[in-house]
Structure formats: C-alpha cells, structure tokens
Ligand binder design. Structure first.
Ligand SMILES: *Cc1c(COP(=O)(O)O)cnc(C)c1O
Ligand code: SF4
Length: 345
C-alpha cells in the first residue's frame, strides 16, 4: 500500500506537476493499493492508470466555478449520511474510506475525511427514515467504498435495512473489484447470498480497459455467479479515457466480463478536478461515435449530474431533425434522412 508522496517518489520518476502536489484540508489522501500500482507502466508519465491515483498540483487549483458540493448533496441529506434526491431511491454514505483514493473523486467533500464507517446509531437512523418513507424502493450503498466495511458491519447494515424494508433493492457501489479484487472473498459473497427477499446489484467503476485484469474480472464473476448482476459506471476523464477507441475497448471488455455499461459520467464541477474534465462538445462527439460502434447492450448512457442538485440527465445529440405535419424527419447514425409518420386519427 502506498500512502504518501515520499513513498511514490521512491518508486516512480515523478513529474514536476506530481512533485508539486500539496496536501491540504480539501485534498484527498494518497492511497494506492499494491495491486493497482503494479498495473501502472512506470515508464509512461501519462499512463492512464497513474493519472487516476497519483496526485498532481492541478488538484490544488480551482477554476472559480467549482464548489465542494455541486450536486447539493448536503442540502438533500437527512442526517450526515442519507441523501434523498430522487423520490424512490436514496444513497447511503456508509463510510468515507476507500481502498484507494481516485484523484477525480467527485465526493471529496466527504471522502477520506476520517468520519469512518457508519455507526449502529446512524444505521438505525437511516432505517427509521426508510421505514417512514415507503416510496423508497432502492438504496445505493456508497461512500467512500462500502466494501471497506468489515464483513460483520456490512452484514449488520444489510440485515437492518432488510428488516425495515424486505423488498428494498440494494445497490453495492464499489471500486473494489478494480483496485483490490482480493477483497471479494467467499465470505463476502456468502453474506449477500444469505439475504434472499430482494435483489442486489453490483455497481462497479472501471474507467480504462487495462483495469479489466483477469483478477478483476474474476472478482466481478463471483457476484454474477451468485446471481448479482453487475453494472459499470465510468467517469469520462481527460487523458485517461477521453477517446472513442479507449471507451469502445472498455465497453466491449465489460460486456465480455458480464458487466453492463450503465453510465458514462461527465465530470462534475467539483473543486480540484478541472484537469480531468472533458469539454461537453468533445463528450458528445465521443458519445455519437460510440453509438455507431457499440451494440445497444455495450452502450452506456452518457449523463451529467447537473449543478445545484439538478439531478442526472442523459446527454446525446438529437436524431429528430424536424416535424412536418404528421411526419417526423429523422437523421440516421450515418447522416442520411428517414421519415416516421404518426397515425392520422
Ligand atoms: C445517481 C444517484 C442515484 C441513482 O440514480 P440512477 O439514475 O437511478 O442510477 C440515487 N441517488 C443519488 C443521490 C444519486 O446521486
Ligand atoms: S472509490 Fe469512489 S468514493 Fe472512493 S475515491 Fe474513488 S470515486 Fe471517490
């Protein structure tokens, strides 16, 4: 495990930008697993895996538009840990700890700030809120990384949730398969298997095809084999995966590993992450190109989580050119035109 810039300096030939990174109250700690570090090509200063975990001084900058909480999660929270932004689903911040800290993390206002795992009291508070809100059908167990919880804490959390709401669909949101696949043990999988009243979904975060190692794929397979579908959320990151070629390879690799590409996220306006953000026009171009190259199954939804808590919206160009009477004029993916006619009632 690597936990400091000094340690990194001994292992990598650091760039000027990396050396100039300053730890600050707003910054995320340095934490890189040995497994992930070994996937980095040390001879390439712009290695896409390196960029995701080795900090640079760009993180210490803010472009003036960025804020710590652009999604207004704090004002949509009940207590410190339960975010209720959409009527029928909530996100629970189960811990602020991760196995590895991503330099692009959008929840850095909370992540790695030493609050620690959710307490018994906080679990029962979340449970009473859920029991008072029967409209909640799904919960996202997130953080931080929920799989940094001990098996016993996780088991207690799930059984408490299922007690108040047996049909609650639970999403396990974790980067663990990509950064520490050996955390996915038999014991962990058996915990999920022991709760049978409603499904779990595994939500992974793979950002680059080189993260889909045999170990990572095997870790996800353990969930899928146990009947837990796997969905992936990729963050669109400048210099990491902002090309149609890279994302095409990633999405096809995910499908081969039985992981459905779910979202491709546009970067949020979070303090210290501007170096990772891709201009929206470029993102839309990539989306358009991917739609040509990928199957419907392999195609994620490109989405932005809008500032001031506006919520998630899909991003894609329109294929509707115009409407003439009952006729809708469409542009096809290869740029020709077709007419779809409404019923003449
Ligand atoms: C993204 C998110 C969800 C889940 O949204 P889906 O579009 O259903 O994946 C739920 N709650 C919060 C606070 C979120 O940010
Ligand atoms: S695993 Fe998730 S919460 Fe943790 S640092 Fe990465 S993006 Fe942030």
């Amino acid at each position: 495990m690597i936990t400091s810039l000094e340690q990194l300096q001994k292992k990598l030939n650091l760039t000027e930008e990396e050396k100039a990174w300053k730890e600050s109250p707003q910054s995320l700690p340095v934490l890189i697993t040995d497994y992930f570090f070994n996937l980095i090509d040390p001879s390439d200063p712009s290695d896409p895996l390196r960029k995701q975990c080795v900090p640079t001084c760009f993180e210490n900058m803010s472009d003036g538009l960025e804020t710590p909480d652009p999604l207004a999660e704090v004002s949509h929270s009940n207590g410190e840990r339960l975010i209720h932004r959409y009527t029928n689903r909530v996100a629970l911040l189960t811990t602020d700890i991760c196995a590895q800290y991503c330099r692009h993390c959008f929840r850095r206002r909370f992540t790695g700030n030493m609050q620690g795992p959710i307490s018994d009291l906080e679990i029962s508070q979340a449970c009473s809120y859920i029991s008072e809100h029967p409209e909640i059908r799904e919960i996202l167990l997130t953080g931080g990384d929920v799989l940094t919880l001990s098996d016993s804490r996780l088991s207690h959390l799930i059984s408490s949730l299922r007690e108040v709401s047996p049909s609650l669909v639970i999403r396990i949101c974790t980067r663990m398969a990509a950064v520490k696949p050996d955390r996915i043990t038999d014991n962990l999988i058996n915990i999920f298997k022991s709760f049978k009243t409603a499904p779990f979904y595994l939500m992974t975060q793979f950002n680059h095809p080189r993260e889909l190692t045999p170990e990572a794929v095997a870790a996800v397979s353990r969930f899928v084999d146990a009947g837990i579908p796997a969905m992936n959320q990729t963050v669109l990151l400048r210099g990491v995966n902002d090309s149609a070629d890279t994302l095409e390879e990633l999405c096809n690799g995910l499908i081969s590993a039985r992981i459905k590409p779910y979202y491709l996220f546009q970067g949020d306006l979070v303090t210290g992450t501007s170096c990772f953000r891709v201009p929206l026009a470029k993102g839309l171009e990539i989306e358009k190109e991917l739609r040509k190259r990928l199957s419907g199954l392999a195609m994620p939804v490109y989405a932005a989580d809008l500032p001031e808590g506006g919520g998630k919206v899909p991003l894609c160009g329109s294929y509707i050119e115009r409407k003439e009477g009952n006729n809708w004029i469409f542009r096809t993916l290869d740029g020709s035109y077709r007419i779809y006619t409404d019923p003449q009632l």
